[in-house]
Design a protein around this ligand. Structure first.
Ligand code: ATP
Ligand code: ZN
Length: 288
């Protein structure tokens, strides 16, 4: 029990599906994962603690969990309100991207936020921002339905998480300045027992290779032998490509990993410059 690695993830919410999926892609198998607070891996010395995202920084800091997957926004808020948290960010995971932004009712005239009442679930981050900008405003801490507060005279404006902006829009709010960008991160305690370090290193390396693979694509196409340099220059963040001769001596096949997505514009430019049979494939795992 003592040597088993414990990973805390959000039980129910925006981070849950992707957190579980990234761990499964790392080769960690679980029995039925629905409706349980504690899930044992069936093939590795790993257990999942299914918890509220707000509890993850403290659980990791106190070594109840060794690793945790949580939003940067939550970690930053907890670190500002409790400086004794012993936590470090190991990896940025690239999902659940959002930003913490101020927003005001569409119909409100607003020159600046001085002396305004700001409702938010992130009082420490907002306080820190206001202090740094030398702005004097009142913070109203509220958890849930923050968007409603300006319309029931609890606040003048809000500071809340935004991703597409559609929730703000449907609540008649306009986004103002953004305070911070956020995404899901992997955190670990700064005092991990040494016997757990090898397994942590293995899992961190696997997660790293899963996230790198997600952003990367494998591209293959045929081209005229004398045109390869021009075409290779069009490939985004490409490794040095493999060039394979074809039966038709005037042509070659070019294969390479692009470390970012290959958009339609790239494919169209390649085609325009003579590339043919262009194939773009997803990559499941990528290790350098
Ligand atoms: P819990 O019950 O676990 O406390 P919660 O209601 O606090 O859940 P969720 O709404 O599931 O949390 O959001 C979890 C995280 O997802 C946020 O802390 C943030 O990092 C991220 N996120 C991404 N986009 C958004 C968004 N548009 N609104 C809110 N959170 C977002
Ligand atoms: Zn929460």
């Amino acid at each position: 029990m003592k040597n088993r690695l414990k990973i805390a993830i959000q039980k129910n919410g925006r981070l849950s599906t992707e957190s579980l999926s990234i761990l499964k892609k790392c080769g960690i198998e679980f029995s039925d994962s629905s409706n349980k607070l504690f899930i044992k891996s069936t093939n590795m010395l790993i257990d999942l603690l299914m918890v509220r995202d707000d509890d993850i920084p403290r659980l990791v800091s106190q070594n109840i969990a060794d690793l945790g997957i949580v939003g940067e926004n939550v970690v930053f808020e907890k670190q500002l309100s409790d400086t004794s948290l012993k936590l470090k960010t190991t990896l940025k995971l690239g999902f659940s991207r959002c930003r913490l932004s101020f927003a005001k009712p569409k119909k409100m005239n607003l020159d600046n936020i001085n002396n305004k009442k700001i409702a938010t679930s992130y009082p420490s981050i907002v306080k820190d921002y206001l202090e740094k900008k030398d702005i004097n405003a009142e913070i109203i801490e509220i958890h849930g339905s923050v968007e409603l507060t300006p319309f029931v005279e609890i606040s003048d404006i809000i500071a809340d998480l935004v991703s597409t902006g559609s929730t703000l829009e449907s609540n008649n709010l306009t986004e103002l300045d953004s305070i911070m960008d956020s995404q899901a991160i992997l955190v670990q305690s700064s005092s991990i027992p040494s016997q757990k370090l090898p397994l942590i290193e293995k899992i961190v390396a696997r997660i790293n290779s899963v996230i790198k693979a997600k952003d990367s694509k494998y591209i293959m196409f045929n081209a005229d032998t004398d045109n390869t340099d021009e075409l290779i220059k069009l490939l985004p963040s490409a490794e040095s490509p493999t060039i394979i001769p074809l039966a038709d001596r005037s042509k070659v096949a070019i294969h390479t990993v692009c470390k970012e997505d290959v958009f339609w514009e790239t494919i169209e430019s390649l085609k325009l410059r003579g590339a043919s049979s262009i194939l773009v494939l997803p990559i499941e795992k990528l290790s350098y």
